[in-house]
Design a protein around this ligand. Sequence first.
Ligand code: AMP
Ligand code: GLY
Length: 404
Amino acid sequence: MVGSGGREHAICDVLAREGYQVIAAPGNVGISKAVPCTDQDPRDLDADLFVIGPEAPLVEGLADDLRAQSKLVFGPGRQGARLEGSKDFMKEIAAAAKVPTAKYATFTAIEEAISYLKNKEGPYIIKTDGLAAGKGVLVTSDLDAAVDDVRAKLSGQSFGQAGTKVIIEDFLSGREVSVLAIVDGSRAILLPAAADHKRLNDGDLGPNTGGMGAFAPVEWFDEALQRQTMDNIITPVIEELKLRGIDYRGVLYAGLMVDQDGPSLVEFNVRFGDPEAQVVIPLVEGNFGEVLLAAARGDLASLELRPRGAGAVVVMSASGYPSNPRSGDKIAGLSAIEGDASIRVYHSGTALDAQGDLVTSGGRVLGVTALGDSKEEALERAYRAIAGVEFEGGHYRRDIGVGR
Ligand code: AMP
Ligand code: GLY
């Protein structure tokens, strides 16, 4: 397992519970309690299956390097990972595959982008072309704020080189949902749909974050919508990639906006979402490892996912997140909830200090996941558990699951 976040912790935890022998590179403090961790480069390790968690190594071509050594890999190569690594590429593929998605234009020149904005109605959506850790998108109705954002991005001030190309797109309204497909190069199966809460504060206020909590499945995202997503979005994109010689094996995460005409594509990610992974993966525990292996082998044909019940995850973030998270705050209260079998605590930004105490060391510090027979039960359990976790400046939303 390559990676060091909450998503990787959830994957390691579930694979270990299914009886697989797992090693994480590099892993984190929480993961090291579940499976061994190593600082070695994954290219220097051997395994029956390599699962690559985060987008950065995928975009950099780790999967290609491993496949070149004849390793079995779950995760797309460099070309496929451009679906996330470049919004411009993603839009081009979506257009070629006739996937419903917002109209857009791409800019590198500041004045051209600004005049396009001025001739447009809001709300304005401005996206950094390259990777920006979930923070590259501004949605605003304020034209001045949109203009300032375009200047900051195109001048390189916001995201350096990764930010010097922007996409400006039309606003889509509707209900948002994250659909994660497991893809084996030609076929796909869908994980239970999840809803993620991206804003920092209750009521969807405050800045965009990587995600403050999630639940699954999403009740209103019924079988008909799942079928439309498969037929109008996932399958045509896999076909379009194949036409271009891209054999995509891994997760294709479609961020969707759903209105009366059905689902439209907002974004693709090329990995499990985080925190979505922290809830959908525990839900399919029992056959998750088999599905990863089959996808990596190009042989999903005979497999299905068997979800049970519902799950919710609430993320606790550090003081100052997302702009300037503080490290080093001591975390208390975890041992009291770790004994509860319906709760999992997944670490994202934790470390051990010189005294060996658990402290914060990143923006999103940890996620508390609970399963239950219903969404309400899962949420109730997650909130009861997280209430016992404490650190200076620790923050979590109280309204995960509300209004979605
Ligand atoms: P992205 O990183 O592309 O998913 O964008 C981050 C968030 O911005 C999404 O989860 C949506 O809530 C919002 N967003 C992005 N694009 C659009 C759009 N075209 N219309 C409405 N909201 C959008
Ligand atoms: N939670 C959104 C993401 O992983 O991109």
